[in-house]
Design a protein around this ligand. Structure first.
Ligand code: ADP
Length: 497
């Protein structure tokens, strides 16, 4: 099932918005995540930095003691002094153990139950720990060993972790805060995208329906236009918008259809009329033959004229057949390479006896070879029709000139007569089907008014043009123009006339 345009528009619209929103949502999410990570790293560093500072202070104290020269000479005194100095750091405590693990010295303010365990025997480098000490609470502990002569002491330095823990707690809280914000934004984005998509989808559908409503109206109106109502037109409300332009185009198409229908009707009427005339004549002549006894000579005369009418009918039906084939491109597109001058010369020669019988003078100047591509028999038909007209409409002793030449990339054939000519008001219409300037004389001459329209159809199907210029009483010139086929191998000279 294919969805209607309004549904498709709405769905595409929604799809596009969903893509944009998803991309934007993803981007916001990514940016937020980056910021989150950066803040997290900064907080982490803050906590680590505070611990590092504390560790460095403890180590500094230990190193000071270790590097003091008095330690080697007068250890007990130095230790006592060192412990005393420790009083200045109210949050620092110190305990010194002897080799047996007995606490021999400690910061005075330190409660006795808070003394930590002595370090292990195998402790070589200073070591940090975090432990919970009774009364003192959480402490950072630095354990180290000190050698003075043969004596071996264990030093334990304690510093309160209260400040560090405070920083850590702060960091934790801030992290949790950032996490909360991040989750809030993420859930807002996740919830708002479907809502926005639904909203835009709905609005898009309504808009598409509103925008396409005139199309439905046009559709209903167009349904009322049929072959019998081709005079109707669709209303153009806004000529400059897309729909206005489409309606104008449809109206132009209906106008063309109306013209074509009128032409077809006229053509059918003309054709039936033209077919009817010889049929009526044949019937009348046959009735005469039956009605009264006749001499053989009278019989022959009657049969002769019946045959003449039959010839006229045959010619007419052939012409109609040719025209309908031209109209429907029924002819196979033969494109033989041929010399137009030679073809015109041949046709002229064929028609010379007819010209001579009418006492007409002929001049044929078709010397230059003019290579073209085309259907020889149909082109021959064109020149037969044109020469036939020139002969028919030129009185005795008249002159007919046929010449061919090249004009740039085109081949031209000009057929000129000094016959009766055509009045200017008819010149435009002589290419129309069944159009005759002088109806009565045309029929007497045997023409149905199809010769020029057949010629034009053939020439146009060859991509060429045919034009006519005439002056009443002075003569007519018809020019046929066809494209030269320059790439073809040279043809022998056509005219040796
Ligand atoms: P037809 O078969 O009647 O000659 P055409 O289509 O060949 O039909 O010509 C249409 C009309 O044009 C003719 O009836 C005639 O009146 C006019 N016509 C055509 N060629 C000539 C010409 N060379 N001289 C004068 N009139 C012409």
């Amino acid at each position: 099932m294919r969805l209607s345009i309004r549904w498709r528009l709405a769905l595409w619209n929604t799809f596009a918005l969903a893509c944009v929103l998803s991309l934007l949502g993803g981007l916001v999410f990514w940016l937020f995540r980056q910021t989150h990570e950066r803040i997290d790293r900064a907080l982490q560093e803050r906590a680590e930095h505070a611990l590092l500072n504390l560790d460095q202070s403890l180590l500094q104290q230990f190193q000071q003691l270790k590097n003091d020269p008095q330690v080697q000479t007068d250890m007990p005194k130095r230790l006592a002094h060192w412990i005393y100095e420790f009083k200045e750091h109210d949050s620092f405590f110190c305990v010194v153990y002897d080799q047996t693990g007995r606490a021999i010295l400690k910061t005075e303010e330190m409660p006795s139950q808070s003394a930590p365990e002595p370090p292990r025997e195998d402790l070589t480098a200073p070591q940090y720990q975090e432990v919970s000490i009774p009364v003192l609470g959480r402490q950072r502990v630095l354990q180290g060993r000190l050698h003075a002569g043969s004596e071996n002491y264990a030093i334990v330095l304690l510093a309160s972790l209260a400040e560090i823990d405070r920083v850590r707690l702060e960091v934790q809280n801030e992290r949790a805060e950032v996490d909360r914000e991040f989750r809030a934004v993420a859930s807002f984005v996740a919830a708002s995208i479907p809502v926005a998509i639904l909203f835009v989808g709905g609005v898009g559908y309504l808009l598409a329906r509103k925008a396409l409503a005139p199309v439905d109206r046009l559709n209903r109106l167009a349904e009322g236009i049929n072959a019998k109502r081709l005079d109707r037109r669709l209303p153009v409300l806004h000529p400059d918008d897309e729909l206005g332009r489409l309606t104008t185009t449809i109206n132009a198409m209906i106008a063309r259809l109306e013209r074509s229908f009128a032409e077809i009707r006229r053509f059918t009427g003309d054709a039936s009329h033209e077919l009817r005339t010889p049929l009526t004549a044949i019937r009348a002549e046959a009735e005469i033959a039956l009605a009264k006894p006749m001499t053989p000579a009278e019989h022959n005369h009657l049969l002769g004229s019946i045959l003449e009418e039959c010839d006229r009918l045959t010619r007419l039906t052939d012409q109609l057949l040719n025209l309908s084939r031209e109209d429907s491109n029924g002819f196979t597109q033969v494109r033989d390479l041929l010399d137009l001058s030679a073809l015109v010369k041949q046709v002229t020669e064929t028609m010379t006896p007819l010209m001579e019988s009418k006492g007409l003078h002929l001049e044929c100047a078709c010397r230059l070879a003019l290579p073209i591509r085309g259907d020889e028999s149909r082109l021959r038909q064109v020149f037969i029709n044109l020469l036939d007209n020139a002969i028919k409409y030129t009185p005795r002793d008249g002159r007919i000139t046929v010449e061919s030449c090249r004009d740039g990339n085109n081949a031209l054939v000009r057929i000129r007569d000094n016959g009766i000519g055509i009045a200017s008001e008819h010149q435009e219409r002589v290419f129309e089907r069944f159009y005759r300037v002088d109806k009565a004389r045309g029929r007497a001459e045997g023409g149905a008014g199809l010769g020029l329209s057949i010629a034009r159809s053939i020439i146009q199907s060859h991509g060429g043009a045919i034009t006519l210029s005439s002056e009443q009483g002075a003569g007519t010139t018809v020019v046929v123009q066809l494209a030269l086929n320059e790439l073809s191998p040279a043809l022998g000279s056509a005219g040796r006339s």
